[in-house]
Design a protein around this ligand. Sequence first.
Ligand code: HEC
Length: 132
Amino acid sequence: MKLIKITLLTSYFIFSPVLAGEIDASNEANLSDSLKAGKLKAAQICSACHGLNGTAASGGNSPLVPNISGQSKDYLVVKLKEYKTNKIEHPQMSMIAQMLTDEDIENVSIWYSSIKVKVFDPEKVLVINTLD
Ligand code: HEC
């Protein structure tokens, strides 16, 4: 019994998603106002396709929905404004961007650019794709 408890406790620390030095975004108190507002917009609108964490697969959507986490904030702002002004026309994104104010664009871009991703070099990490 004691052993089970210790094992559970250890795995909690090992598998806890929040690592030392990282901020727990599930604790809203840790977020700046822009991050809070950006997270809310992302949850209300973007997450359906891009996921709340910006990895499209988490939204369970089409492979044509790009991942947007870890992207630079300026890039996201520029892209969203290009959709908004129809410089880039896309049936879904142009309509969505037109629903956003400049402040919303700033905030969601801060949210998604703040999500950090880890890159794995295929020469060093062998990924076996079972679908091929
Ligand atoms: C209905 C699904 C859907 C929703 C909801 C949605 N997107 Fe998209 N998004 C897409 C698709 C599909 C594309 C690819 C469009 C293209 O090919 O130009 C895209 C592209 C983008 C891009 C460009 C990425 C790049 O690298 O070119 C950004 C940035 C983006 N979306 C941000 C957002 C944000 C922020 C929200 C919420 C306010 C949002 N999207 C909501 C489907 C969606």
